[in-house]
Design a protein around this ligand. Structure first.
Ligand code: NDP
Ligand code: MG
Length: 378
């Protein structure tokens, strides 16, 4: 029986990963969350993990009392999450949201554990660090993000050296077709109303600003060792073609399916095998048309901010990511306007210094500095 650990098990991806685990009877080694005590208690009673960790110390204390009739050990804090990440298991699925996923990812890689990665911020902030460590430890990083899973699937059986370009598809989010003027006063509620995917709050706002596609461009650079200039983005409103790969002969391979994250989650856990899925079958005749068009790079300026950050290299992608994490949070708290998110990312990239070579400490310090800069700017 396959053994997996899930970091961020109480979130949107985490719960869908447990659907897949339930269907295939996987054994759960460890689960972690920030503070969702009720949900993780239910998960412990169903899946009997050896260890769980909650970042929030108070919540961890509460959980210890609640589950004292079980054999599961409860840990607390970031060190508790890293202790879970270090446990021996077949695959560690990281579905933590944000930079907080970086340290546990590196911990698991250093233990030689295969990674199924949903937590894109990890690759954006520490791409060189993560991929170099994975290479050194001979550890595979399998993509969970639907676009990257589609590219990974479209690369099977072909030569990497014969890839001409990657084409990332984007739903366009709730504000597709809007002008800058239209977006001046949009509310958090409007930004959270994603047309095709039900996801956590942070990534849903990232989809509305299209920062998500910028982060995914950087994620693709690290996952597939391509240049930023070899990645194109197309808005595809129906979210059926999950991404494409063009080869030297101009043949284009794509992966299609209904929008359901359990497909890419499962593929990352069963690769290279394919099994029965909890997702619905795709019936193309249900879709009158599939459309593709260029993004509006002026209105959704976050995409090119990310592209420039990865072209400049060093810590610039980390700065863009951390500025966005903070600005995204401030928007959700009603403290800034929607368009200020991208403005704050641009300002952080202009004002904060990078360096070419970096360590984990450098990334964590830059994260702190950038978030303080954004907070002080509003
Ligand atoms: P959610 O917000 O739904 O879940 C986040 C998870 O991370 C929860 O378990 C949460 O615990 C935990 N968490 C939050 N903060 C911390 C922290 N500081 N330290 C440790 N754990 C923490 O997010 P999603 O599931 O939507 O997204 C997870 C990741 O997957 C993101 O990187 C996202 O970009 C990526 N992704 C998501 C997709 C989706 O469809 N949802 C699609 C593609 C990628 P708690 O419940 O206690 O807060
Ligand atoms: Mg995606």
């Amino acid at each position: 029986m396959k053994k997996i650990s899930i970091l961020g098990s109480t979130g949107s991806i985490g719960e869908q990963a447990l659907d897949v685990a339930r269907l295939h009877g996987y054994e759960i080694t460890a689960l972690t969350a920030n503070s969702s005590v009720d949900i993780i208690e239910k998960q412990i009673r169903e899946f009997h993990p050896k260890k769980v960790a909650l970042v929030n110390e108070k919540a961890a204390e509460d959980l210890k009392i609640r589950i004292k009739d079980t054999d599961t050990k409860v840990l607390a804090g970031v060190s508790g999450v890293c202790e879970c990440a270090a446990m021996e298991t077949d695959t560690l699925l990281n579905s933590i949201v944000g930079m907080a996923g970086l340290e546990p990812t590196l911990t698991a890689i250093n233990e030689g554990t295969e990674i199924a990665l949903a937590n894109k911020e990890t690759l954006v902030a520490g791409g060189r660090l993560v991929t170099d460590t994975a290479k050194k430890k001979n550890v595979r990083i399998l993509p969970v993000d639907s676009e990257h899973s589609a590219i990974f699937q479209s690369l099977q059986g072909n030569k990497h050296s014969q890839v001409k370009r990657l084409i990332l598809t984007a739903s366009g989010g709730p504000f597709f077709g809007k002008t800058i003027d239209d977006l001046k006063d949009v509310t958090v509620e409007q930004a959270l109303a994603h047309p095709n995917w039900s996801m956590g709050a942070k990534i849903t706002i990232d989809s509305a600003t299209m920062m998500n596609k910028g982060l995914e461009l950087i994620e693709a650079v690290w996952l597939f060792s391509v240049k930023p200039s070899d990645i194109d983005i197309l808005v595809h409103r129906q979210s059926v073609v999950h991404s494409l790969v063009e080869y030297d002969d101009h043949s284009v391979m794509a992966q299609l399916g209904v929008p359901d994250m359990r497909v890419p989650i499962q593929y990352a856990l069963t690769y290279p095998d394919r099994y029965n899925s909890p997702a619905k079958q795709l019936h193309l005749e249900d879709y009158a048309t599939l459309t593709f068009e260029k993004p509006d790079y002026e209105t959704f300026s976050a995409i090119n901010l990310c592209k420039r950050a990865i072209e400049k290299g060093g810590l610039y992608p980390a700065i863009a990511n951390s500025a966005n994490e903070k600005a995204n949070e401030l928007f959700r708290q009603g403290k800034i306007k929607f368009l200020e998110i991208a403005d704050l990312v641009a300002s952080a990239l202009e004002n904060i210094n990078s360096k070419e070579e970096y360590t984990l400490t450098d990334v964590l310090e830059k994260d702190k500095e950038t978030k303080e800069f954004v907070t002080a700017s509003v």
